[in-house]
Design a binder for this molecule. Structure first.
Ligand code: SF4
Ligand code: SF4
Ligand code: SF4
Length: 256
């Protein structure tokens, strides 16, 4: 019988907490089922096997902050048909991107001592260095979404985002709306995919699953301005969007 040639996949990570890869590992049997149809040939965190590309897709978590990481990212781009950003660090610069440039020196000294010479640069999304074909958003990603997106790719389809906002999923979960009770939330502009997990747990949504293409940022800012201060609104939008041009151009102008 002819041996099935399975597409080669690589999973890489740069600077981050590795929580999104742990989310993939948490798939357990579902991951093994997926491996019947693909061949993960390079995944430092989860396996010893390491084979050369080229890869159908490189799924990359984290953000590159050293020259070596940037070179590896460029090499992966050259050797992969598709690059998927895995998680908010890779797609939006995420948590590593929050740090204020002017504070970095101070934090380095506090943590590593006076003599430490940092080699790291600012955390920015992968798309600042290479073309990214699709972002599997989230902090962390929803493992079931990872399966759905990879299955769409294996079926020859262009992966798509869920066709709803976080608010839609929040309503399905039966949560009372925070905005009605005077509490900020970015759910209306946030791409669905997490089943509104934070709001269900009592926290606001910071839209870590990315902004919807049709996001009406001016309308949401108007609502938030009636609820809270400019500083607080900025804090919400810069949690995951500090490095995104959409935020820089639109939202900051609106808050002037
Ligand atoms: S997106 Fe969040 S969970 Fe994923 S690696 Fe970054 S910080 Fe960790
Ligand atoms: S609490 Fe947030 S996510 Fe839920 S419906 Fe209200 S604005 Fe939308
Ligand atoms: S509720 Fe918002 S912040 Fe929380 S996981 Fe979903 S998109 Fe991210």
């Amino acid at each position: 019988m002819e041996k099935l040639i399975k597409p080669k996949i690589a999973i890489y990570d740069f600077t981050d907490c590795e929580g999104c890869e742990v989310a993939i590992i948490s798939l357990r049997e579902k991951l093994l089922e997926l491996e019947n149809r693909l061949n993960i040939v390079d995944w430092r965190l989860a396996q010893e096997k390491k084979e050369q590309g080229p890869f159908l897709v490189s799924i990359i978590e984290g953000t590159p902050i050293t020259p070596d990481e940037i070179e590896t990212l460029k090499w992966l781009r050259e050797n992969s048909t598709y690059i998927f950003a895995l998680g908010a660090c890779a797609s939006l610069a995420g948590i590593p991107g929050i740090v204020a440039k002017e504070e970095r020196e101070k934090f380095y000294k506090q943590i590593y001592g006076e003599n430490y010479k940092p080699v790291g640069i600012d955390a920015v999304p992968l798309s600042a260095y290479v073309k990214v074909d699709f972002s599997i958003h989230g902090c962390p990603v929803n493992p079931d979404e990872v399966v759905r997106i990879i299955e769409e790719l294996l079926a020859g389809k262009k992966p798509a985002y869920r066709g709803c906002s976080v608010c839609f999923e929040c309503k399905l979960a039966g949560n009372p709306c925070r905005l009605v009770f005077g509490k900020p939330c970015l759910g209306p502009i946030g791409q669905g995919g997490c089943n509104a997990i934070c709001v269900s747990g009592g926290s606001p949504c910071y839209a870590c699953f990315g902004q919807r293409e049709d996001a009406n940022i001016p309308a949401l800012i108007k609502i938030l301005q009636n609820l809270t201060s400019r500083e607080e609104i900025e804090r919400y939008f810069t949690m995951f969007y500090k490095h995104m041009p959409e935020w820089q151009e639109k939202a900051k102008e609106l808050l002037k």
